[in-house]
Design a protein around this ligand. Structure first.
Ligand code: ATP
Ligand code: MG
Length: 482
């Protein structure tokens, strides 16, 4: 092992300071030999240069004069641990000695302690451990059972990484439903153009055309999609009230049921227009409200006597894209509310396979301030979905603007560059084990590097995201050509 420095000063059980004789970067893995347990894995969390050039001497230097400076590179390292005889990661219970040698950790030690042994049949290969050739594979069972968040500033690479994740889920025949507000994920059908990076990561270019189907409430604007409507006959009157944005069930449920029953008696395959007409007969403020909201729903054209069947919408082992490109934000909320409710109810009854529901631009669908029509169902899925095999993945550029109870239920976080202080604060509050050094590093991550927490790993990892096997659909638009 290559020695890079020595421990100095007071030594704690969780971290220590070291003086460095060879350059090491923040985030690099180190090893220290423990007398009882052998090599222990550590990670450089912070670095600074200490010099003897004080303010007085600096002031005395004339402009072209070189300064003679004695300097030392000092660092703070966090102790990750060692694997004991039973395969558990443990921390030493006696502090290292001051003066102990610190080495650059070798890959077998890193792989063993972090759990990066190329192992999982149920592993989603998302990239390589930064600066190493070790594969980062997320445990798919954990992803679906314990929810995922993908967080980064705009242009940070969220959709690219989510594309990687969905490719992996499709390879493992996991059923997915993807709420796609910008119509970016249709490109999962198209193989990527291969380049040198693919070989480095061991990725083949591949399209998933046979496993991807697409629906949209606006198939005219999105011609690759089949039309999406919801069946009026199968919608429960309580759900219809939610759909209409009327939360006061006690006031509105009885008159709404009356209208439905009257209309159904004369015409079993009734339409929204029939309901609106029947509401005309209602009097008073309650009648006015119901009529107004039914008219609004009628105009969205989302409800039809025979809607898209659930068996068509959800296909085992396939991804369903719900393309909302060009759809008004209020109608998008209705679509998400209806789909999330249907999936949750039917998953509870075991009528559809376990699945992964992905919500892009999730701050719009489960906002921290105010409510969206679909907020409540998304919060329910976040807190209870795992019991029923309904995994949730939220993707957002504004961690501070998404409902905190949803974010804190996500046990796997994939974080790319985030610079907004409010978003950083929200991330730090929702993730255990994030050090101050890591929070700082998140602010300067290059595109394509993610901090991965959870996903089967006990310590956060920096991961170089693998290239896409399919084409990325969210390329930035060039305004000026070179
Ligand atoms: N791992 C990566 N490797 C190579 N290029 C990447 C990677 N991640 C992102 N990019 C590039 O960076 C750009 C932005 O990525 P992406 O569309 O994923 O960002 P985003 O976070 O989803 O942005 P927005 O918030 O606007 O939706 C794209 O042009 C994409 O090709
Ligand atoms: Mg995006």
């Amino acid at each position: 092992m290559e020695e890079v420095g020595r421990i100095f000063g007071d030594v704690g059980l969780g971290q220590f300071q070291l003086s460095l004789t060879l350059p090491v970067e923040r985030g690099d893995y180190l090893a220290v030999e423990d007398e009882l347990h052998g090599p222990v894995l550590c990670q450089l969390d912070d670095l600074h240069r200490k010099s003897d050039l004080n303010l007085d001497r600096a002031r005395q230097l004339v402009p072209s004069q070189e300064a003679t400076v004695q300097e030392t590179l000092l660092g703070t390292a966090r102790i990750i641990g060692y694997r004991d005889g039973q395969g558990l990661v443990k921390l030493p219970t006696i502090p290292f000695r001051s003066g102990a040698h610190v080495f650059r950790a070798e890959e077998p030690l890193i792989a063993a302690v972090l759990g990066l042994t190329h192992k999982l049949d149920a592993g989603a290969y998302v990239g390589l451990l930064r600066n190493h050739r070790l594969r980062v594979e997320l445990d798919i069972n954990q992803l679906v059972q314990r929810h995922v968040s993908v967080l980064a500033k705009t242009g940070g690479g969220k959709s690219y990484l989510l594309g990687v994740l969905i490719e992996e889920l499709l390879r493992h025949k996991v059923t997915c439903v993807i709420i796609d507000p910008h119509g970016e994920y249709g490109s999962l059908r198209v193989p990527a153009e291969k380049n040198g990076v693919h070989a480095r990561f061991g990725v083949e270019s591949q399209g998933f055309g046979r496993q991807v189907q697409e629906y949209s409430p606006d198939p005219t604007l999105n011609p690759s999609a089949k039309p999406l409507t919801f069946s009026l006959r199968h919608i429960d009157p309580r759900d219809l009230l939610v759909f209409m944005g009327l939360t006061n069930v006690k006031t509105y449920l009885a008159p709404l049921k009356q209208i439905i029953e009257a209309v159904e008696a004369s015409r079993p395959d009734y339409t929204m227009k029939d309901l609106v007409r029947a509401a005309d007969a209602l009097e008073g403020a309650v009648g006015d409200q119901l009529r107004e909201r039914l008219e609004y729903l009628e105009q969205t054209k989302l409800l039809a006597p025979q809607g898209t069947s659930l068996n068509d919408l959800v296909q085992k082992g396939e991804a369903t894209l719900v393309n909302l490109r060009g759809v008004a934000p209020d109608v998008q909320e209705l679509v998400v509310a209806r789909i999330a409710t249907t999936l949750f109810e039917n998953r509870k009854k075991g009528r559809i396979p376990p699945l992964f529901l992905v919500i892009e631009e999730a701050h719009n669908f489960a906002p921290q301030q105010g409510t969206a029509t679909c907020s409540r169902i998304l919060k329910n899925i976040a807190s209870e979905g795992r019991k029923f095999g309904l995994g949730l993945c939220v993707v957002t550029q504004r961690a501070a603007r998404i409902d905190k109870s949803v974010l804190s239920q996500c046990n796997t976080q994939l974080i790319l560059q985030v610079t907004n202080p409010l978003d950083l604060k929200a991330i730090a509050q929702s993730i255990e084990g994030l050090t101050a050094g890591m929070t700082e590093m998140i602010q300067s991550l290059p595109v394509g590097v993610a901090l991965v927490t959870g996903g089967g790993y006990h310590t956060p990892l920096f991961c170089e995201v693998r290239p896409r096997a399919t084409r990325h659909g969210g390329e930035s638009v060039r305004i000026v050509e070179n």
